[in-house]
Write a protein that binds this ligand. Structure first.
Ligand code: CP
Length: 296
C-alpha cells in the first residue's frame, strides 16, 4: 500500500490514521512518545526539495516507532551528477527499505517512484499536486480543537494555485463533512475555480488556513509594494474579525512573516494552531508509517 494522494485512502483508513494519530499525540504529551512496533524496519527519506517540518517529523515518527531512518543528502548525492529519479529510486529500492518517503518538485514524482520500488511509498509533497500527510495532520488538528470536523467551514486562503496542501485538504476535509472555501489573488488561483474574495471566504469561517506565497514557483514576481499583499490578501486582525468569534488560524508553514499573515496573529496562542499542527505532524506520520509498513 502506498500513500500518494488522499484518494489512495479509504474512509476507514483515514479514520484509523486520525484515531491512531490522536493516540500518539496523547502518548507524547504524557511522556511515552513511542514504542518498538517498527523495530528492525528501515525508512528512507528522499527529499529533492527543501523541508524542515515534513523531513524532521517523518524521521522523528520512524524513530519513535523503533525504526531506523536513512536520509539521502541530495545535495551531496549522485542526483547532482545527473542521475535520473528513476535510477536513484531503483538504487535505493535495491537496498530494501521498508518504506520510502519522497518529496519532489515534479507533480506525479511519487507515483513514478511507487511504480519502481516494492516497498510502501509516501508522498511528502510532489510539486503543486498533493501533500496528503499535511492534510491528515491538518484534519486531526481541527478535529482535536473543535471535537469534530463535520459541519465546520474552513477558509483556505492565498496561493491556491501552487499549494499541494490546499489540493489535498480540498479533497480530505469535505470527505470528513467540512465545507471548504478557497480564495486567493486572481494570479494565484487555478483557472478552473471560481474567483471569490478573501473577505468573502473568511466571513463566518470556523478555521482560516493561510498559505505561503510560493515565490520559488512564481513565473513572475507579484510586484506588490511591501505590505500590499498583506493588506489586500493576507490575514490581518481586521480581516480575521470577519470570521466566527471562535475561529482558529492555521498555516502549514513555513511562514512568510508579514506577507500572508500578521506576526501577532501567527504567534497568538489563543487564535493560532500553527505549532499544534507541527506537533500533530509527528503523531500523524507515526500512524501513517505504522499503517503502511504493518500492512505491507
Ligand atoms: N508544511 C511543510 O510541508 O513544511 P516543510 O516544507 O518545512 O516540510
Amino acid at each position: 500500500m502506498d500513500l500518494l494522494s488522499i484518494d489512495s485512502l479509504s474512509d476507514d483508513q483515514i479514520e484509523t490514521i486520525l484515531d491512531e494519530g490522536e493516540r500518539w499525540f496523547e502518548a507524547a504529551r504524557s511522556g511515552s512518545p513511542g514504542d518498538e512496533g517498527l523495530r528492525g524496519k528501515l525508512v528512507f527519506n528522499l527529499f529533492n526539495e527543501n523541508s524542515t517540518r515534513t523531513l524532521m517529523s517523518f524521521a522523528t515518527a520512524a524513530r519513535r516507532l523503533g525504526a531506523g531512518v536513512v536520509t539521502l543528502p541530495v545535495e551531496r548525492s549522485s542526483v547532482k551528477k545527473g542521475e535520473t529519479l528513476e535510477d536513484t529510486v531503483r538504487t535505493l529500492g535495491a537496498m530494501r527499505p521498508d518504506a520510502l518517503v519522497i518529496r519532489h518538485a515534479e507533480n506525479g514524482a511519487a507515483h513514478i517512484v511507487a511504480e519502481i520500488v516494492s516497498c510502501p511509498v509516501i508522498n511528502a509533497g510532489d510539486g503543486t499536486n498533493e501533500h496528503p500527510t499535511q492534510a491528515l495532520l491538518d484534519a486531526l488538528t481541527i478535529r482535536s480543537h473543535f471535537g469534530r470536523i463535520e459541519g465546520l467551514t474552513v477558509a483556505i486562503c492565498g496561493d491556491i494555485r501552487h499549494s499541494r496542501v490546499a489540493h489535498s485538504n480540498a479533497k480530505l476535509l469535505p470527505r470528513l463533512g467540512a465545507t471548504v472555501r478557497l480564495a486567493g489573488p486572481p494570479d494565484l488561483m487555478p483557472e478552473d475555480l471560481p474567483q471569490s474574495s478573501i473577505d468573502e471566504a473568511v466571513e463566518g469561517a470556523d478555521v482560516v488556513m493561510m498559505l505561503r506565497v510560493q515565490r520559488e514557483r512564481l513565473e513572475r514576481e507579484l510586484g506588490d509594494a511591501p505590505g500590499e499583499y498583506l493588506q489586500r490578501y493576507g490575514l490581518t486582525a481586521k480581516r480575521l474579525a470577519r470570521a466566527a468569534s471562535h475561529a482558529m488560524v492555521m498555516h502549514p508553514g513555513p511562514i512568510n512573516r508579514g506577507i500572508e499573515i500578521e506576526d501577532a496573529i501567527a504567534d497568538d496562542p489563543q487564535r493560532s494552531l500553527i505549532m499544534r499542527q507541527v506537533e500533530y505532524g509527528v503523531a500523524v506520520r507515526m500512524a501513517c508509517l505504522d499503517l503502511l509498513i504493518s500492512s505491507s
